[in-house]
Design a protein around this ligand. Structure first.
Ligand code: ADP
Ligand code: MG
Length: 462
């Protein structure tokens, strides 16, 4: 029993110090089997998790164990098939905390549990402190959305309710609505802010139905928000039951003058198979179209990001990059990161000459590799079989490599999304869009994903 309590506390802290993606992937189904006589044994679900924990997270585990009073000389990770995904317990908790809330906690450990709940509070709302108004560059394309969010931050629930922001991928929707959530939750008026991606909402709903007794706590949780932020509502398309649940949540909050903010990649009228009653409600308040940033804004963003990384870029290099990458800000950030890595690895200054050479050589590089080779190498890298990566299994340790393979096909071969989906044996190309998008995002904050992708790329061209 002591082990369970200790591990709960350790997980609570680890959850705060790494990204959600990493936490869910690597720590969700772990258990402390034993911790005495200088030895700690941690049960893990499979070899993939074992390898990653040993290689990438061991130091963190040791550190957090020590912080909680356990200082084993050795930590072993053991594949332990007895670990079953535990059910959610009844207490309403965060929007994106399947991992945290799925750890069943005996009643006598409630104090530890509530302590964890306290510290993970803002994490559980799904807000990421990285996104702030301060580091959001305002310019043509996003100024209207920014102004609306500022107004809401002053007095949530009074103006622009609901706020519906739409626009293409990578142009700053998530950043802006997260910044708004952060501003409100840390602001003077406080208020309970719940941020959830539509995927999380859907997943929680599905779980709530599966474990029937939790259905009411699911509904109660979302309806308890003062400010509800739901990202990427286009994913509600085609999900009737969930639309109905969302409809009731929406109504309850709206009637209580609570603020609702949504983002989507298209306007309500263009979301296919969205119930009419939701469609019309989404448009009740303010609908804002966010656009690709113009040249000046792209330059300003590059200046801001490079200086926050203490990496000086001349105007000509900034202009070169802003001209070269026009699609969206995520790609612009990606290009900047590439430049930084390129220059740091070679210990050279980012001159226009160096940067343009890098771009030109980078583009001709991948020609001799085909899609199948990329998929095979990705599978091999993660110690899974080709059948698994191409197959239907939805286990985390297969899904993540599959998403990385999709990302690699996009970044290395510039394949179209339908083609990527086809290569991976998927029918629906939105899966490919979503996977690539997800990995691109995670690359910016998730060290493990980044390292894996870098290793893969290095080997690809070795
Ligand atoms: P979306 O949700 O529209 O797909 P994101 O909000 O995830 O896009 O933005 C992609 C990346 O670009 C993020 O890292 C974000 O911080 C950054 N970004 C987007 N817009 C801006 C901006 N105006 N200023 C600074 N960074 C931005
Ligand atoms: Mg987004």
């Amino acid at each position: 029993m002591q082990e369970t309590a200790l591990w709960q506390a350790v997980l609570g802290e680890i959850e705060l110090s790494i990204s959600r993606g990493n936490f869910v992937t690597w720590f969700k189904h772990t258990q402390l089997i034993k911790c005495k006589d200088d030895l700690a044994v941690i049960g893990v679900p499979n070899i993939f998790v074992k390898n990653q924990l040993e290689k990438k997270f061991n130091e963190l585990v040791v550190k957090v164990l020590a912080k909680n009073g356990a200082q084993p000389k050795k930590v072993e990770y053991k594949i332990h098939t007895g670990i079953v995904p535990t059910q959610r317990h009844g207490e309403p908790s965060g929007a994106n905390n399947h991992a945290a809330s799925s750890r069943a906690v005996p009643a006598n450990q409630l104090s530890i549990k509530s302590r964890i709940a306290d510290v993970t509070h803002s994490y559980r709302q799904g807000l990421n402190e990285r996104y702030t108004f301060e580091n959001f560059v305002v310019g043509a394309g996003n100024e209207l959305a920014y102004a609306a969010c500022q107004a809401i931050a002053q007095k949530p629930g009074t103006k622009y309710n609901p706020l519906f922001i739409y626009g293409g991928v990578g142009i700053g929707k998530t950043h802006l609505i997260q910044a708004l959530g952060n501003a409100i939750s840390t602001g003077r008026n406080g208020g309970k802010v719940i941020y959830a991606s539509t995927e999380q909402f859907v997943q929680e709903f599905v779980d709530a139905i599966r474990f029937k007794k939790n259905a009411s706590s699911f509904a109660g949780f979302y309806r308890g928000a003062d400010v509800l932020i739901v990202d990427d509502v286009q994913f509600l398309a085609g999900k009737e039951k969930i639309q109905e649940e969302f409809f009731h949540t929406f109504n309850a909050l709206y009637q209580a003058n609570k603020q609702i903010i949504m983002s989507s990649d298209k306007p309500p009228k263009d979301i296919p198979t969205l119930e009419e009653r939701l469609r019309s409600r989404f448009a009740w308040g303010m609908t804002i179209d966010m656009q690709n940033p113009d040249f000046e804004t792209r330059c300003a963003i590059l200046h801001s990001k490079s200086s926050s990384l203490s990496f000086d870029l001349s105007n000509e290099v900034v202009e070169f990059l802003a001209t070269r990458v026009q699609s969206n800000i995520r790609e612009l950030e990606g290009a900047l990161n590439q430049v930084i890595a390129f220059c740091e690895m070679r210990k050279i200054e980012p001159s226009l000459q160096a940067v343009s050479t890098m771009f030109d050589s980078g583009r001709s590089r991948p020609k001799h590799i085909n899609a199948r080779q990329i998929i095979e190498r990705t599978a091999k890298h993660f110690h899974i079989s080709l059948e698994e990566i191409l197959g239907p299994k939805r286990d985390k340790d297969i899904v993540v490599p599959r998403q990385i393979a999709m990302y690699m096909l996009r970044s290395e071969l510039h394949l179209s999304f339908p083609k990527i989906a086809h290569e991976l044996g998927r029918k629906d190309h939105t899966t490919a869009i979503h996977s690539v998008d997800k990995i691109e995002k995670e690359l910016s904050y998730d060290g493990t994903i980044k390292q894996n992708v870098n290793e893969l790329k290095e080997r690809l061209y070795a």
